[in-house]
Design a protein around this ligand. Structure first.
Ligand SMILES: Cc1ncc(COP(=O)(O)O)c(C=O)c1O
Length: 427
């Protein structure tokens, strides 16, 4: 008899942000146009890519160097440029990847089988799925507390690392997705202190660091890491409107402070060597884009724009008892949490189009989660494609939309529609 083809880890792989898109695509190709509110892609929302940025990319395409295999770690000049911004590192502490999946696959797969990472709950699912899959086990998490500005429960974190010797890494996403929190220096220093006390490593996803509404909020791992070994993840696709660049890099801190950590970092490089290198063009243009005088200006303009949309959403939705708006402290998303004690008698809206209802029902079959049902019915009734945050390993019932809609009338229409849907749903 032939053996089973399926790896045990397939059960750990899920990405709700895209899964709902499969359903929305079926609906769109047959019946209507969808309002895409599920993912951060400004290009889909018609954000104009600045012409100064396009010019830099266009000029680079004339150079033969962008068509080559680049060195595995990446071009010395670019790594030197990045290192020049941070006294904590040299160019040898930088390694480039093709997007998050490439980075975390190499980072988590290089870990010993039984060495675990502890995650925030809620957690950004690509990270947590990959690590859980690596360990053939479920996630280990510490809670972010919605009643305390989403700050981590530090006692819970300390207790878990103290009593579970398998946990060797603490992961922090700062600024965080999907709580839109930005953690204070005190909170981050406490996490570093826990890592130091229990001889652990730190991994920070800092891809949104340039996008806080208040610049004073920004505290980087490299500012506070002290002598604890750690890794920060960086990425150009968020502070530039260029998600398709798939241009990630990691910065490694205090590599020389721990022999085991040093060997681990070399093993990440060894697995990158097998792949040869990351995509050349986006990395090649990175210093020129960051040094362009228009970069800071356009970043500021974009942040102001997103912030004003968050305020607009608040105006439309703040007074509904059934929900609580999770107000962002950085860029381009907004979450809406259900006050479950207020929504006992909600019902499924009227069936108008049997075909669509079948598609939607098949997708939520077996799900006990209210937020998932809500989002799929919202999609079915209103064509708004949002993300149920149950997909973020979260025990709360809530969902997420973006703040990307460039057309103010359309954004107001989306907010009004969500408002009316909630009112209709609860009748
Ligand atoms: C915290 C966090 N890390 C990583 C990523 C991954 O970015 P990408 O899928 O563009 O590689 C995202 C995407 O939204 C994110 O929110």
């Amino acid at each position: 008899m032939r053996k089973n083809l399926l790896h045990i880890w397939h059960k750990e792989l899920s990405y709700e942000i895209r899964e709902i898109v499969e359903v929305a695509n079926k609906i769109e190709s047959n019946w209507v146009e969808i309002f895409w509110e599920n993912i951060w892609d400004p290009v889909i929302k018609w954000e104009k890519i600045p012409s100064w940025m396009k010019n830099i990319v266009r000029d680079a395409t004339e150079k033969d160097v962008v068509y080559w295999y680049c060195p595995t770690r990446w071009l010395d000049s670019v790594r030197e440029y990045i290192a020049s911004k941070n006294p904590k590192i040299t160019k040898d502490n930088i390694l480039f990847f093709n997007g998050l999946w490439d980075a975390i696959n190499k980072i988590y797969k290089s870990l010993a089988f039984d060495s675990r990472v502890i995650w925030p709950n809620p957690a950004y699912s690509t990270h947590s799925s990959a690590e859980a899959a690596h360990a053939w086990s479920s996630h280990i998490t510490y809670s972010l507390n919605p009643h305390n500005n989403w700050n981590p429960d530090l006692d819970e974190l300390e207790n878990k690392v103290k009593y579970n010797p398998n946990i060797v890494w603490i992961l922090v996403v700062n600024p965080d997705n999907p709580t839109w929190a930005v953690f204070s220096k005190e909170v981050l220093e406490s996490i570093v202190a826990i890592a130091k006390k229990y001889d652990m490593f730190l991994i920070f996803d800092e891809i949104y660091e340039k996008l806080t509404y208040d610049i004073a909020d920004k505290v980087l791992l490299s500012d506070i890491i002290w002598d604890v070994p750690g890794i920060s993840m960086k990425w150009i696709s968020k502070d530039l409107p260029w998600p398709g660049s798939r241009c990630w890099w990691i910065e490694v801190y205090n590599e020389d402070k721990d022999e085991n950590f040093k060997k681990y970092v070399s093993s990440i490089l060894a697995s990158k060597l097998l792949e040869v290198c990351s995509t050349t063009l986006p990395q090649y243009v990175l210093p020129e884009i960051y040094e362009n005088k228009n970069y800071e200006i356009s970043l500021k303009e974009r942040i102001i724009k997103y912030k004003s949309r968050a305020e607009l959403a608040d105006k439309y939705l703040w007074d509904l008892d059934e929900i609580t708006l999770i107000k962002p402290r950085w860029a381009f998303y907004l979450s809406i949490a259900f006050n479950m004690d207020k929504i006992n008698n909600w019902f499924i809206p009227n069936i108008e189009n049997r075909n669509i209802l079948d598609i939607v029902n098949n997708s939520i079959l077996g799900s006990k989660r209210f937020d998932k049902k809500f989002c799929y019915y919202l999609l079915w009734k209103t064509w708004i494609c949002s993300v149920p945050l149950s997909g973020f390993n979260s025990s709360y019932e809530w969902f997420r939309i973006t703040l990307l809609e460039e057309d103010k009338n359309k954004f107001e229409f989306i907010l009004t529609t969500i408002r009316n849907f909630i009112l209709e749903f609860k009748k």
